[in-house]
Structures are given as structure tokens and as C-alpha cells.
Write a protein that binds this ligand. Structure first.
Ligand code: S3P
Length: 167
């Protein structure tokens, strides 16, 4: 246990490329609690995410994702969720009870971060597809968030500091 009594689980939500994994890892290290990245856990159990999408489709992915998220949300950890995890109603219900940080990013800043990434939902669509998904999900993120932080022009250290100040 670190110097901060962080409210746990502390959950990071937001679109692809907002920095959920990077910030979550750094935050967990700095406060001395475990870090769970749900995408990583899905891949450890079920193989690469793009292969799951290609073989079984998005609905099957969401079902696997829900199981991993439900389990992660019972742990005293910093938890970063895949961008679409909030599409599941049971996950939204769980998040009503949790400390939730919404990481945002501008399309300009995210374009640089998403280069070369392995993200099946953006395949062929690039930044225009990212924007369309973002418009659809933004109200959901907003409704769940206790704190919103724009990561576009902030250092990871500063973002971590803002989260620990609040929780
Ligand atoms: C997805 C986001 C990805 C991953 C999957 C689907 C989405 O996670 O879960 O490719 O629907 O937004 P990141 O937000 O960590 O990129």
C-alpha cells in the first residue's frame, strides 16, 4: 500500500488511444496496487483480440470481455477497460458503484498514437472511424465518469497526480 489511500477499484474508461493502459500502469505503480488491463487479460486467456473479432465477431468478443471485466472489478486494483467495454449494460451497472476516470483525447492527438496499433474496429477506417465511434460513445462515458481528464497535452505524470488528488 502506497502513501495514498486510493479508492479501489479505480477504473479508467475512454476511447481507443486515450492512454488508459499507459496511465493505469503508471498510476498503479505510483500508489503500489496491482494494475489490470482487461484487453491484456483477454489476450492472455483467449489469444489476440483481432483474431477473436475475425473468427467469432464483435458480439462474441463483448461476451468474453464482460466476463474479464466483471472479475477485474472485484479486485482492489487500478483497472483499465477496453474502449467498448461500457457498451455492456452489466458493466455500466457495475461502474455506478466504482471510482471512474474518463480519459479523453482530441482526434489530432490520437491520430499519432494509433499509428501501427492492432485495433480491429479501426481497420480500414482510421481516424474517421475513430471519430464516429467516439461520437456514439461519448454520452455513455460522460454518464459514468466521476472525473474527466483530457490527455492530449498533459504528461502521464501530471494525469496520475490529478487522479490521486481526486481519489
Ligand atoms: C475496442 C477497444 C480496444 C479493444 C478492442 C475494442 C473498442 O481497447 O478492447 O479492440 O471497442 O473501442 P483499447 O480502448 O484499449 O484500444
Amino acid at each position: 500500500v502506497g502513501a495514498h489511500a486510493l479508492q479501489l477499484p479505480l477504473v479508467l474508461i475512454g476511447p481507443m488511444g486515450a492512454g488508459k493502459s499507459r496511465v493505469g500502469g503508471r498510476l498503479a505503480t505510483s500508489v503500489g496496487v496491482p494494475f489490470i488491463d482487461t484487453d491484456t487479460r483477454i489476450e492472455q486467456r483467449h489469444g489476440p483480440i483481432d483474431a477473436i473479432f475475425a473468427r467469432d465477431g464483435e458480439a462474441a468478443f463483448r461476451a468474453l470481455e464482460r466476463d474479464v471485466v466483471a472479475e477485474a472489478l472485484t479486485e482492489p486494483a487500478v483497472v483499465s477497460l477496453g474502449g467498448g467495454a461500457v457498451l455492456h449494460p452489466d458493466t455500466r451497472a457495475d461502474l455506478e458503484e466504482a471510482a471512474v476516470v474518463w480519459l479523453t483525447v482530441t482526434p489530432e492527438a490520437v491520430a499519432v498514437r494509433l499509428v501501427g496499433g492492432n485495433r480491429p474496429l479501426l481497420a480500414g477506417g482510421g481516424i474517421e472511424r475513430w471519430k464516429a465511434i467516439q461520437v456514439e460513445r461519448e454520452p455513455v462515458y460522460a454518464s459514468l465518469a466521476d472525473l474527466e481528464i483530457d490527455t492530449s497535452r498533459r504528461s502521464v505524470a501530471r494525469i496520475v497526480e490529478q487522479i490521486t488528488e481526486r481519489f
